[in-house]
Design a binder for this molecule. Structure first.
Ligand SMILES: [Zn+2]
Ligand SMILES: [Zn+2]
Length: 394
């Protein structure tokens, strides 16, 4: 089968490369991926692959049905379509034509290559049993398009048994793929915390409740949750990325606002971090007076690869690359990925595919110079098609 897939990927490569360039030249931010979805749907139309569009605004779900069988399975492959608010500085001849927007994370490649996998699987549909759903989602970078697509029922009718996805990855060498089992990427929460004090003259602090000092105490104290509450063997991050208070040197302001992000690898750690952030804010108010408002939101859950799905993905990529090119052990990355909503619902695996030529000088995601070679598209097309087929025949 791998030989057939390699031949078909050669056949479709020029088309998929052109599609990547088109998507790259016209980047669209989260939930605005109208043109990207249109380009994808045109390719699906041409191959007569049925699909539904407009799911969670711009999402597309295509379906390729293989041979019917009573115990046939259904597998889902997923790509993300959104770009970033970054001004491109690559000098590529297909660089972004839209000012201030760029595909700086490789989602142009993910989308184009998944169209390629759909075209390959469509040609092979008389040779496998079961069905493949192909998911193009909006908004991976921020608000998350996977969850609303799941809420619109993409995992049902027919019921999806397993999910697979890939990300082109700058921290890995070209020609390698990383497929771990278990914890892979972090869960992410965000919070807005407002300390409400009592404003007044900077020379008469005893007549005020100083929210700047309250914030300072909180910012210092909150790191002790990581160092003294969370077990040293567990991973966790609390970052305060934004502090806003006051207007001038001699006025103690009424309030101060902090914005932060929290990362963790399991639900137990999540609970511990959230509870203690709340307690730390309470403790600060007990010490200084004043009050606080905490708006704490859970964003993406941790991304956990299923053991069996990871082994199917390894088998597939070992055929596309080489057995020795598959990295099976790696520390989790504390970044987040909304593919996690899919692996929370169904068994699944997420694959990092290497794009860097030199790890001392790796390709940086979200950087204005981010880029990857077109030839990686073939690795994705082949790996994705084969993961689907390996699962359906497992
Ligand atoms: Zn990204
Ligand atoms: Zn990304």
């Amino acid at each position: 089968m791998i030989e057939k897939i390699k031949l078909l990927s050669k056949k479709y490569y020029p088309k998929i490369k052109e599609l990547r360039h088109q998507i790259h030249m016209h980047p669209e931010l989260e939930f605005e991926e109208e043109n990207t979805a249109k380009l994808i749907c045109e390719c699906l139309d041409e191959a007569k692959i049925p699909y539904k569009k407009g799911i969670a605004k711009t999402g597309v779900l295509a379906m390729i049905e293989g041979k019917k069988s009573s115990n046939a399975k259904c597998v889902l492959l997923r790509a993300d379509m959104d770009a970033l608010p970054v001004e491109e500085e690559t000098n590529l001849d297909f660089a972004s034509k839209i000012k201030g927007k760029m595909h700086a994370c490789g989602h142009d490649g993910h989308s184009a290559a998944l169209v390629g996998a759909a075209l390959i699987l469509n040609e092979l549909k008389d040779e496998f049993e079961g069905c493949v759903k192909i998911m193009f989602q909006p908004a991976e970078e921020g608000s998350g398009g996977a969850k609303p697509m799941i809420d619109e029922g993409i995992l049902e009718n027919p019921k999806v048994d397993a999910v697979f996805g890939c990300h082109l990855w700058g921290a890995l060498l070209k020609g390698t793929a990383q497929i771990v089992s278990g914890e892979m990427m972090a869960g992410v929460d965000v919070f807005d915390l407002e300390f409400i004090g009592k404003g007044g003259h900077g020379a008469h602090p005893h007549t005020t409740i100083d929210p700047v000092l309250m914030s300072a105490r909180f910012i210092n104290g909150v790191q002790s949750i990581i160092s003294r509450r969370l077990a040293p063997t567990e991973a966790g991050v609390i970052t305060i990325g934004c502090v806003q208070a006051g207007t001038t040197f001699n006025v103690i302001p009424q309030n101060a606002i902090l914005k932060g992000t929290v990362r963790y690898l399991n639900e137990q750690s999540q609970k511990l971090l959230q509870t203690n952030i709340q307690k730390m804010a309470e403790a600060v108010c007990l010490e200084f007076g004043g009050s606080f408002k905490l708006d704490y939101k859970r964003e993406y859950p941790p991304l956990i690869n299923d053991k069996n799905a990871a082994s199917i993905a390894r088998k597939a990529f070992a055929k596309v690359l080489k057995e020795e090119a598959i990295i099976t052990e790696a520390k989790p990355d504390m970044g987040a990925e909304d593919f996690a909503f899919l692996t929370r619902e169904r068994m699944g695996a997420y694959v990092f595919v290497g794009i860097s030529k030199d790890l001392d000088n790796p390709v940086l995601h979200h950087n204005p110079k981010f880029c990857f070679d077109d030839e990686e598209l073939e690795i994705l097309m082949q790996g994705e098609s084969l993961m689907a087929l390996e699962f359906l025949s497992s």
